[in-house]
Design a protein around this ligand. Sequence first.
Ligand SMILES: Cc1ncc(COP(=O)(O)O)c(C=O)c1O
Length: 326
Amino acid sequence: MMDPQDGIPLHIVSPLKESLALSKLAGIQVLMKLENIQPVGSFKIRGIGHLCQKLAKEGFNKFVCSSGGNAGLAASYACSKLGVPAIIVVPESTTKPIIHKLQELGAEVVITGKVWDDADAYAHRLTEEPGSAYVSPFNHPLVWEGHSSLIFELKASLGNQKPGALVVAVGGGGLLAGLVEGLIKVGWSDVPIIAMETVGAHCLNAAIQAGKSVTLPDITSIAKCLGAKTVCDRALEYARKYKVISVTVDDRDAVQAVERFLEDELMLVEASCGAALAAVYSGHIQRLQKEGKLEPLLGPLIMIVCGGSAISLSELQKFKSQLGML
Ligand SMILES: Cc1ncc(COP(=O)(O)O)c(C=O)c1O
């Protein structure tokens, strides 16, 4: 449970808002949990903020986080609020605007390695100094505990009504693990979760198919924020034990979902979030129901709009051109 002595949470209580466009497409009420309006643009501040607050309370005085973007932004923001220096280690694929945003938040940025896993190995080496703490972007019980706050808010908003299902994007699996923990805590552990990944960043799907943890040879998806080569063990354990339905979409589906969401809701989100939105825009909810993999929903479909800052109109155009969608 959250400890009130940790101080005021660094995240906000996000709105839960119906999307008429998504509801019409899904044939069921879709409520969006708008994590894109969190400080620094994604749900990440829930878990990372919580972890950083705890580490600061324990007396650590330098934080190192490895992140291709949103976790690093959340860690930099948390450190700036807590008055602790932050070093963010990012892979070479990280865009200039993100590096600039990290620096604006006062972080020292180190660029190394092709993908997140390489940057992460270096971040671990930097935390060998005494007083330094490693801030995991997704693989820590306090990160999951922080993310579970989303479910408490959902419970407060929905009251006695139970969600029919949740839709969530999966990278390293921290959000998924946190949501499952939240569902267990509020007595909703039978609520199905549709876990969305893009092909080329599909470490959870590959692990489920193989029946064991799998390390992808490379990250080939444009949804770099979903780009962990191996899903965390806790997420895989929960995916096996609870009602988690793994779905993959290709990059084109994710980008198309970003564009349609912009038109429908006037909000611009990352391709990582587009992967989740594609559950509706590419018809997967209805397909899963037809195939008998998802029971008829007795409550609203909760779309976790995880957000993300690694996007702009020009970046969206660039993705469309790369994927032959212009
Ligand atoms: C916008 C966005 N959505 C989803 C994810 C996936 O989260 P997780 O790594 O906790 O699975 C990330 C991870 O960075 C993200 O930035």
